[in-house]
Design a protein around this ligand. Sequence first.
Ligand code: NA7
Length: 561
Amino acid sequence: MRRALDHDQEEEGMSSTQQDQRGAGAEERATDFDAVVVGAGFSGLYMLHRLRNEMGLTARVFEEGDGVGGTWYWNRYPGARSDSDSYIYSYSFDKELWQEWEWSERYPGQEEIRGYLEHVADRYDLRRDIQLSTRVIGATFDEEKGVWEVSTDAGDTVTARFFIAAVGALSAATRPDIPGRDAFEGEWYHTGLWPQEGVDFTGKTVGIIGTGATGIQAIPLIAEQAEHLTVFQRTANYAIPARNGPVDPEVKKARKEDYEGIWERVRNSFAGHELWFIERGALEDSPEQREREYRARWDRGGFGLWVGNYQDIFANKEANDTISEWMRQRIAERVDDPETAEKLTPRDHAFGTKRVPLETNYYEAFNRDNVELVDVKETPIEEITPTGLRTEHAEYEFDALVFATGFDAMTGPLNRIDIRGRGGRLLREKWAEGPRTYLGLTSAGFPNLFFITGPGSPSVLTNMPVSIEQHVEFVSKIVGDMRERGAETIEPTQRAEDEWSGHVQELAHATLFPESATWYMGANIPGKPRVFMPYLGGAGPYREKCDEIAKNDYEGFVLNP
Ligand code: NA7
């Protein structure tokens, strides 16, 4: 209630410039804001900048955290770092910002990214339209008025023409429903909801569940601090060396001089990196040639071995076997104990069909005396106890238990909000069998609702800031074009949505991806529909598709009037 009052006072106290910024005809408008944006991470901050600073619209951003940063606000676990190179894990919309900002290492760490986003919030004067510590709990489309009514856990109810979900794809942290989950009496943490003040594991016995991208970053560092660390692994991963470190000043300089070139290449690439597939099939090369290609990428570190590899490794099992087997050999070389090495070796899925983590000393961590690996497929976790955890074969005691168990990806953050479209229909009910979107951006029956990097868009298969900028810019263009033609609402046709959703599945099922149990498939959440969620067509082609749709008078959309 207090926040609602604050908000009213703020409105009354608006300067004339601010009032001018509301755009022509604002006084007649029946909404509190032109747009409500949910989330103040990479997406929400840029969306606000575009809408308010560039287009002169009014917007309010609601953010659950008590600071900006989104993913980089919450994920403060040891080792939290982007797996994309820092020079492109950045905004590109402002050349000066990109030129001025100095990243200290090849990959940006959590604190540095959060600092960068704080800087962005200040630089573009965004904070005054961001309401922190406020979670959006509901958004209902009023069909008569053509506006969204948005409610928050702080008691606000505001109206807006546009409702923009910049909620992130990996922001709904999940703890698996293991029996006794809440019985543990020691400290427990989820990596995606890490305490702001950090955690000191010195002298402690620690258990960690999960060996995804997060667990793989955290385990070597927790191992260095803790007295003893037990790692509970369900699925072994193929992790690639990150090879982090400072970037050669000459390389940095050359990059700074090639702003246009870099972003032209990155935006039109498949995955939003400066990486390109080898234009041959893996089996067209001799084993010696393949070895050279794999080794070069391995030595360079990073995603080159994943999204810059032979073009057929994602679709042809035999081609994929060559890289999967090559990766298994690298693991065997690095882990001293053959039994532990075998446990760490993935044999149940094809390389690259699960998100490939980057690592720094991950495999070596298992050579330490204070680290133990438990394969929970072999010996399932039966129960979490007040003092630790029990598997089929043994009982473990811990001072602290870490859940590196991931997220209800892509749909989770949206389904946690009661989003009601035409006829009061709930989005999560519409999506009961899996997400249905047009372009991963909109959904039929939910006018003026936009998802930034939603299910059905390239998003998580790409370098996120690149996809985020494309979506934010496309949404801005739609909103601008609507203003120009006097349209009040836009929504996709059922047919366009069906065709797009079918296209997303068709592309996925032509590859090996759906055969692996991944969060891309919803397989990490019991009961979640098994539907491949991201769009596999590539960021560059997707961008072209969006541009073409806009040019063709918003083909697949209905604009009203
Ligand atoms: P992930 O990649 O979903 O990893 C979660 C890990 O937790 C993974 O190893 C899971 O095993 C494991 N897990 C989940 N539930 C259980 C249960 N019930 N028992 C044992 N182990 C379990 O999440 P991350 O946070 O690592 O990474 C998310 C994304 O963030 C990442 O892909 C990047 O894009 C950034 P599983 O593999 O499902 O068998």
